[in-house]
Design a protein around this ligand. Structure first.
Ligand code: V47
Ligand code: SF4
Length: 356
C-alpha cells in the first residue's frame, strides 16, 4: 500500500481503513491532503460554506469535574465563578430576541446540585418565550450526569428534554475516546462508551447531534484515528451526526499549560484527515472561536464546509483558554468575506442544515 494507492482509492469514492489513514496522516504532503479533502468537501457541499446566526448560553462554570485541559471551571465561591439564576438565564435569552438568531447553544459546567428537571424547566421556559428558537443543548457529559442524578434511564431523560423542546445535542465532552488518555486528561467524567451511547440513543429518538475531538495534548495520531473510527462506526448505524468539529487544545490557564499548543499545519492536517476518514458525516466544522478567524479561513481549503456562527460575544470557554478573541463575534459581512476569500459562497443554515 502506497500513498498513490490510497489517493486512487479516495478518488474513486473508496473508504480508508486505520492503517491507510495512518500512512496518509503521517506521510502525505500537505498539498495532497488539501486536495483530497477539498475534493471530498466539494462532492458533499459544492461551493457552499455554511454558517448560522447563533449565541451561546453558559448558565454556570461551576463544575464537579476537574478536566486538566479546562481553563473555565471554577469551584463555588471562587472569584471567577458564575452561576446564573433561572431568571437571569431567561433575561439573557430575552435580550437576544431581536438579534435574528435561529439557535441557542447551551453548555456549561456540570453543576453538582442540578438534575435534569431544572434544565427541562429552563428549556420549557425558553421555548415559551421564543417558540421559534432552536435549542441545541448540553454535552453528553452534562446529560449523563443530570439524567443519572434524577435516577432516570438515558431514554427517559432525553424524552423529557425532547418534550420540553430541545432538538439537537452539541458535540462537546468527547475529548479523546482512548480510555487511557481519557483517564489522564479528564478522570471521572462519563466514559467513551457512555458518550457514544448518549448520542446513539439520541439519534434513535430523532435528535441530531455533533461530535468533537480534543487534540494537540498528550494523544498520538493513533488515538486520533481510533477516535474518528469509533465515530464513523456509530454514524454507519444511525446517521445522526450533522457535523464533526476538531477542537484544538488551547493551553492558557489550565493544568496542561506546559504542553503548549500544536502547529497550524497540524490543525490543517487534522481537518483534512477528519474529512477523509469521516466519509459518512456530512459537515466538518472549523469552529472559528477556537482556531481564530485566520485559521478558520484557511480551514476552508482543508475540507471544512462550516464555520459555526455569529456567536455575538456569548461564550467564554475559549477566551479563558487563550484564544485571540476576547469578545468573539462575526458579522454576516465578515463571514461572507472569509468564504469568498477561499472561493466559496456563504450559506445561512439552521441547526439541522436546512438552507435559509
Ligand atoms: O467538551 C475545553 C473543549 C468543548 C478546552 O457542537 C477545550 O456545534 C480546547 O464542544 N482547549 C466544548 N478545547 C465546546 C464544544 C463545541 C464548541 C462549538 C460548537 C460545538 C457544536 C461544540 O470544549 C469541551 C472540550 O472538549 N475544551 N477546554 C481547551 N483548553
Ligand atoms: Fe467541567 Fe467541562 Fe471543564 Fe471538564 S471541560 S472541568 S466537564 S466544564
Amino acid at each position: 500500500m502506497t500513498i498513490t494507492d490510497i489517493t486512487h482509492k479516495l478518488e474513486s469514492g473508496g473508504r480508508i481503513d486505520a492503517a491507510e489513514a495512518k500512512l496518509l496522516w503521517e506521510k502525505a504532503p500537505l498539498w495532497l491532503l488539501a486536495r483530497l479533502a477539498t475534493e471530498a468537501k466539494q462532492r458533499q457541499s459544492g461551493d457552499k460554506v455554511f454558517y448560522n446566526k447563533n449565541f451561546h448560553l453558559e448558565p454556570t462554570n461551576i463544575c464537579l469535574f476537574e478536566c486538566r485541559f479546562c481553563s473555565y471551571r471554577r469551584r463555588k465561591g471562587e472569584a471567577e465563578a458564575w452561576d446564573y439564576s433561572m431568571e437571569e438565564v431567561l433575561e439573557q435569552v430575552a435580550s437576544r430576541r431581536e438579534s435574528g438568531a435561529t439557535e441557542v447553544h447551551i453548555v456549561g459546567g456540570v453543576h453538582p446540585e442540578r438534575d435534569i428537571h431544572y434544565y427541562v424547566e429552563m428549556i420549557r421556559r425558553i421555548k415559551q418565550m421564543w417558540p421559534t428558537i432552536c435549542v441545541k443543548a448540553f454535552t453528553a457529559v452534562e446529560l449523563h450526569y443530570m439524567i443519572r442524578k434524577a435516577g432516570l434511564s438515558v431514554e427517559e431523560g432525553l424524552r423529557l428534554l425532547k418534550e420540553a423542546g430541545m432538538e439537537s445535542i452539541p458535540g462537546g465532552g468527547a475529548e479523546i475516546f482512548d480510555e487511557k488518555i481519557r483517564a489522564e486528561i479528564c478522570p471521572g467524567k462519563c466514559s467513551s462508551a457512555e458518550w457514544l451511547e448518549m448520542h446513539e440513543v439520541a439519534h434513535k429518538m430523532g435528535f441530531d447531534s455533533n461530535a468533537t475531538m480534543l487534540y494537540g495534548h498528550i494523544e498520538s495520531i493513533d488515538h486520533r484515528i481510533d477516535h474518528l473510527m469509533r465515530l464513523r462506526d456509530l454514524q454507519d448505524r444511525t446517521g445522526g451526526f450533522n457535523a464533526f468539529i476538531p477542537l484544538k487544545f488551547r493551553s492558557a490557564n489550565n493544568g496542561l499549560e506546559q504542553l503548549g499548543e500544536t502547529s497550524v499545519v497540524d490543525d490543517m492536517r487534522t481537518l483534512a484527515m477528519s474529512r477523509l476518514i469521516l466519509d459518512n458525516v456530512p459537515h466538518i466544522k472549523a469552529y472559528w472561536v477556537m482556531y481564530g478567524k485566520e485559521s478558520a479561513e484557511m480551514a476552508l481549503s482543508f475540507g471544512a464546509d462550516d464555520i459555526d456562527g455569529t456567536i455575538e460575544d456569548s461564550t467564554k470557554i475559549y477566551s479563558m483558554a487563550g484564544a485571540a478573541d476576547e469578545r468573539p463575534r462575526l458579522t454576516i459581512a465578515e463571514i461572507e468575506k472569509m468564504c469568498q476569500a477561499a472561493g466559496y459562497r456563504a450559506i445561512e443554515r439552521d441547526t439541522h442544515y436546512n438552507e435559509l
